[in-house]
Design a binder for this molecule. Sequence first.
Ligand SMILES: *Cc1c(COP(=O)(O)O)cnc(C)c1O
Length: 370
Amino acid sequence: MLLFTPGPTPVPQNVRNAMSDETMHHRTPEFEAIFEETRKHLFKLFKTDEVVMLSSSGTGAMESAVTNLCKNTLLNVNSGKFGERFGKIALAHGLKNVEIKNEWNTPVNVEVVVEAIKANSDIDAVAVQISESAGGLRHPVEELAAAVKTINPNIMIIADGITAVGVEPIDVTNIDCLIAGSQKALMLPPGLAILGLSNAAIEKIGKGQGYYFNLATEIKKQRENTTAWTAATTLIIGLLEILKTIEAQGGIEKLYENTARRAEAVKSALEALGLHVYPSTPAKSMTTIDDENANEIRNILKKEHMVNVAGGQDHLKGKIFRINQMGLIENYEISWVVNAVELALDKLGRRSYTGEANRVFNEIMFGLKK
Ligand SMILES: *Cc1c(COP(=O)(O)O)cnc(C)c1O
């Protein structure tokens, strides 16, 4: 079965091999050397002043970012399930919360955030997804962050890059906390989260907040190439392997380039079939299609063509399907996916099969169109 959900994504064979070695003790020079090398790679990927790895899924990093960087009121951008989560985290910790809510296909309006911040001087942190995976949407995070910092540079900008880090270059100039998770663009099993932090964020963290997710404790330890609690050794070994693999395959810039082209090729191929892209500003991490036959298409893909794509959640259940574009993806796999969608439409009597999806995909992916 081809796993084409926008998280979890498939783990490359060499990474699985690297993680299959016998368990290593985490308080050893051997593991510390691996940890140190992994940190060096992460600094290059995140381009932030500090990086911290946590043994948790992505939500753990979201929670630690909110509790350590927000002391009063969190403004969260909600254009989907993950944006909504930031607000719920704030409330769960007794923080105040202002939410900017939009439909899941609509990116945040920077002006609306600016007005909200001007109207409420209690807001000391803003949380937003770079790529909101619920609808496959790209928020204008860089622009938003710059606008907020112009009003008040002390407001912390928390950017959830779980489906953006490793997908596209991110300008971290005005971002204080950039979050990644293992099972999306980093092509690892779930269970590891990473935060990139600015010096201003580290200053605000101070002595930190909470216990397990106290970022001050972790920063101190991780600067010494160890962790406060037992490290997710196996996942970190996998992380080092995937980061080395990306480097060996031409580097991160090359991966960004390939991902951007793949995103364009998939989107154009599906649009050529008459399908409709759901978000008004699609993220490069995935293509999201809204369609009355979304469920039927997903079922045909799975049962007849060995392709697993994601559906929608909550009010979009049965109304959308999402195809992953993150990571090191073989053209022979993803071209099969768009081809299978065309076969499904033929089966549903929507259009006769002509090979149009693959034609458009290949033209863009291989630069055939003059
Ligand atoms: C998957 C995802 C999360 C949540 O991560 P978990 O690992 O499921 O806790 C958060 N934000 C975005 C944008 C995601 O895609």
